[in-house]
Design a protein around this ligand. Structure first.
Ligand code: 1PX
Length: 213
């Protein structure tokens, strides 16, 4: 039985589902809610992951500050944020300057990490019971995220991944009930995460924002 008082990945996936409107807009409120849930989950994995959660928390906070600021309405969706910041030259496009913490560059970091999450959860979904979570996590990291990180971060991340529990224990912490149910929920939710990722990727690509410093 899933325990409602503990973190539940089902809720996180629900937030990512909710963030996608019928018109294909991505609502930041739910997108960030999803990330907050993931950070909560990471905290339950122990202090080896603190440097990763701290960075995610900082980035979530930057975006929350924009959302609650005077121009909060412009940050309702990822699309409206991109339009507002690009139209008003609020993004550092080639090197870090006055707008080093723009919403666009901050969200880009989370967006890249979302690809890692998608890949990692897909690997977890299809893996056998005795597969090593650390290996799946490292593979997903090497495939899509490592190229954006300096050597020292790559090293620290790889060391932290060794601390991950087995697939069975991992599913236990995810608090979604028996393995078959976890696999089914992941199968249903992952296409939504993929769609969110693809829409953001297209949007950033159209505006030439995929390499923001
Ligand atoms: C059930 C599975 C759920 C797993 C939940 C895990 C949540 C993962 C949340 C990760 C958020 C990571 C955000 C990283 C953003 C980033 O790339 N930041 C770097 C660049 O930012 P900058 O401002 O300098 O341009 C920054 O240098 C990163 C620092 C921290 C290390 C980031 C390592 C990312 C590894 C992602 C994998 C997390 C593994 C969690 C294990 C479950």
């Amino acid at each position: 039985m899933a325990d409602p008082d503990r973190f539940s990945l089902a809720e996180v996936l629900e937030s990512f589902k909710k963030c996608l409107s019928d018109e294909g807009e991505i609502l930041q409120e739910h997108y960030l809610e999803g990330w907050k849930g993931l950070v909560k989950f990471m905290s339950s994995l122990g202090s080896a992951f603190s440097f990763i959660s701290n960075d995610a928390v900082t980035k979530i906070q930057i975006l929350e500050d924009y959302r609650s600021g005077v121009n909060g309405q412009k940050y309702l969706t990822i699309q409206s944020m991109v339009k507002y910041e690009v139209d008003n030259e609020l993004v550092d496009l080639t090197k870090r300057g006055d707008h080093w913490d723009s919403g666009c560059r901050t969200l880009l970091r989370l967006h890249r990490a979302l690809r890692w999450l998608q890949l990692f959860l897909e690997k977890l979904r299809v893996a056998s019971d005795n597969s090593k979570t650390s290996v799946l996590c490292t593979e997903a990291y090497q495939d899509v995220l490592a190229k954006y990180h300096p050597w020292i971060i790559r090293k620290a991340a790889t060391v932290a991944f060794y601390m991950l529990p087995s697939r069975a224990n991992f599913f236990e912490v995810m608090n979604m009930g028996p393995t078959e149910k976890v696999v089914a929920i992941l199968g249903e939710a992952l296409p939504v995460v993929a769609k969110t990722y693809d829409i953001t990727e297209d949007l950033y690509s159209q505006h030439g924002l995929l390499d923001l410093p």
